[in-house]
Design a protein around this ligand. Structure first.
Ligand SMILES: Nc1ncnc2c1ncn2[C@@H]1O[C@H](COP(=O)(O)OP(=O)(O)OP(=O)(O)O)[C@@H](O)[C@H]1O
Length: 644
């Protein structure tokens, strides 16, 4: 069949309706005008996604090399502003998750599950043979169309393991959706391989059977904990009586906590359960019978979610109150002690709803939340579905940790200071932390200096201009102390790998509160240019302060003489205490001084400009390198394919 060449210019595509939304991307039905073909275009926001451009681009390129009927390939991908557009075949049935939400909330009938699983398995088998890990196998990524085709999509998060030796074959990065993640993916010290996909495949089987993944209603920290410490999920012998033994065996085989004991895709395909399952397009088409167009269904679901969100808002306020009361009782809400987390997790019931809150733009790390609404000037700018777990690299803006993460354009943080959401750390057992003072009926402390401490800390500590009930971050002594106490407490903890993350996160946060508190790390060179602005402003302030000192010295040297040096004052705005403005209070600076200040400002502007330019150039070079690398890979794959 002749290979069509898809154009790589945005103007060649008409974006029509929105047909889906992921953590960092919106997917549209679109028309490729020169080819007059309906396609799906995934617009991935490069600014808010947590991966570096090179990886994203490499993975998008990789997607275009895929050639299997059960895997969605990309026709092409290109950059439009700060978005990566990935052009793919349009799957007009949508995802299995989508269909379950609309029509099968309790799960699909087994014959349909068997067909869907087998087709997915064939696609996964192809990827594994190419030595790739998908890393995001779930019903939301299994797409179907009206011809009855079943395809596994979105392996933008997958990692290429081509021929890079065994060390590289075990990935150390963590990306994925908590409920589907294999236990070894959560333990940073262990790598993981293709068997992690087999675990996710087993979870997907349960998801298709029940309409939702096991633990999906729990907050992510509980999901993590249960995945690590509880027995592997399985079918319920009472509730799931109707499922065949073959299906139960598949689930049990895949959900083995020991990765090496899980079957390979090849072995699974040889099971009689899958051998007997024949592809049946009519069965798949039946799933879509009577359903409206995908974009209309998508809209119905979006509206439903919005209504749910509104109802959850009040739940959040209650949760706030509950959490505050718990705090007053000295209940630990967040720590890394696995046993207490276990107990805590056990108190969360199946019907617990996740917390939803509204906060202003910037970066968000909200371990207890499903979704946050980002507003600017009262307008909703973006809704972030916090459904992923990321371990951020040390040089990146956010601390390393696990939790639900959403990141909004960091530059906005400077322009419109808003909520700053940080991780809560509380522990009543630590003597240095505030405890209940029964007599006084308020929070007290056993340590001197904290007697007046009165923190109505909720399950999240927030910092922002509004909300009197929330404590300002930089004043939060308890937070600083608690974080420091973590260091002592978890040194010998079995989760000591988490300890490093906690320390790094502590350092990052303390540095943000007060740049002088900790020595700055060397080699931190990857900050965005916009992040430099406060530092440059600080430099400007320092220079101005030097004038001040000079003026004082001159005053001492020649008392009685009128001084014409500027008297500068620091306006502390952010938690870091960086100055935002240098202003004259009493004395007007002379012309020369003003001129120098002006020159400094010009230098700063030009430096910022230069930095932006270098950054762009860097990105360009990265892209070129990538293209080169991908070309080589393509050739290598071709050669390998020829060998077969
Ligand atoms: N080629 C496609 N055809 C039709 N619908 C699609 C296509 N690709 C994606 N979708 C829809 O868009 C939704 C969002 O896709 P996307 O890959 O961005 O996110 P996701 O995998 O659901 O979430 P995440 O960002 O967590 O990976 C999917 O769940 C699916 O319903």
């Amino acid at each position: 069949m002749e290979k069509k060449l898809f154009p790589t210019q945005a103007s060649d595509y008409d974006l029509l309706e929105e047909i889906g939304r992921g953590a960092f991307a919106v997917v549209y039905r679109a028309i490729c005008k020169p080819l007059n073909q309906t396609v799906a275009v995934k617009c991935l926001d490069l600014d808010s996604c947590n991966s570096n451009l090179t990886n994203v681009y490499a993975e998008a390129q990789l997607m275009s090399l895929v050639d299997h009927p059960n895997i969605i390939k990309s026709y092409c991908s290109f950059i439009v502003d700060h978005f990566l557009w990935v052009v793919m075949p349009y799957m007009d049935g949508g995802s299995c998750l989508h269909i379950m939400k609309i029509r099968y909330p309790e799960g699909l009938p087994e014959p349909m599950i068997a067909v869907i699983l087998k087709e997915t398995l064939k696609g996964l088998d192809y990827l594994h043979r190419q030595q790739q890990i998908h890393r995001d196998v779930k019903a939301g990524n299994i797409l179907i169309d009206t011809s009855g085709a079943v395809k596994l999509g979105d392996f933008g998060t997958s990692a290429c393991m081509f021929n890079r030796g065994d060390r590289e074959r075990c990935r150390k990065t963590v990306t994925g959706s908590p409920c589907w993640m294999a236990p070894e993916m959560l333990e940073e010290r262990y790598g993981y391989d293709t068997s992690a996909d087999i675990w996710s495949f087993g979870i997907t089987a349960l998801e298709l059977a029940h309409g939702h993944a096991p633990f999906s209603k729990f907050p992510p920290q509980k999901v993590l904990l249960m995945t690590l410490t509880s027995a592997a999920p399985c079918l319920n012998p009472d509730k799931d009586k109707n499922f065949s033994k073959g299906f139960k065996d598949v689930v049990n085989l895949c959900l083995n906590k020991e990765p090496s004991k899980r079957p390979t895709t090849e072995k699974l395909l040889k099971l009689s359960y899958f051998k007997q399952t024949k592809f049946n397009s009519t069965l798949v088409q039946k799933l879509l019978n009577g359903l409206g167009p995908l974009w209309e269904r998508e809209k119905i679901l979006r509206d439903k979610d919005a209504a749910l969100l509104a109802s959850k808002k009040s739940a959040f306020l209650q949760e706030e109150e509950k959490s505050r009361n718990e705090y007053k009782r000295g209940v630990s809400c967040w720590n890394f002690d696995i046993e207490s987390l276990k107990d805590e997790a056990a108190t969360i019931h199946d019907d617990d709803t996740s917390v939803v809150s509204e906060i202003d733009p910037v970066s968000v790390n909200a371990p207890n939340q499903d979704e946050v609404v980002l507003r600017e000037g009262g307008e909703v700018r973006q809704r972030l579905i916090l459904n992923k777990i990321y371990f951020r690299k040390p040089f990146e803006r956010e601390p390393q940790q696990f939790g639900r993460f959403g990141v909004f354009d960091g530059d906005l943080e400077l322009e419109s200071p808003g909520w700053h959401v940080v991780r809560p750390v509380k522990n009543s057992e630590d003597a240095r932390l505030p405890t209940i003072d029964e007599d006084k009926g308020r929070t007290g402390s056993t340590e001197k200096g904290l007697d007046n401490f009165d923190s109505p800390t909720s399950s999240l500590i927030m910092d922002g201009p509004a909300g009197d009930h929330l404590k300002r971050y930089e004043d939060d002594k308890e937070y600083k102390r608690t974080i420091l106490s973590l260091e002592q407490k978890y040194k010998d903890n079995p989760l000591s790998s988490r300890y490093d993350s906690a320390v790094q996160s502590r350092d990052a946060e303390l540095r943000e509160m007060d740049p002088g508190l900790l020595p700055s790390k060397s080699g931190v060179s990857c900050a965005p240019a916009s992040n430099l602005a406060p530092q440059l402003k600080t430099l400007l302030l320092q220079t101005a302060k030097q004038y001040e000192v000079l003026a004082d010295l001159l005053r001492i040297a020649s008392p009685g003489e009128a001084m014409s040096m500027p008297l500068c004052t620091m306006h502390s705005e952010g938690p870091s205490g960086q100055c935002s403005e240098v202003s004259n209070l009493a004395l007007e600076p002379d012309l020369n001084t003003r001129h120098q200040i002006h020159e400094l400002q010009i230098k700063i502007a030009s430096l910022t400009h230069e930095l932006t330019f270098v950054k762009q150039r860097n990105m360009q070079l990265e892209r070129q390198l990538n293209a080169l690398y991908n070309k080589q890979e393509e050739e290598r794959i071709k050669q390998e394919a020829e060998k077969y």
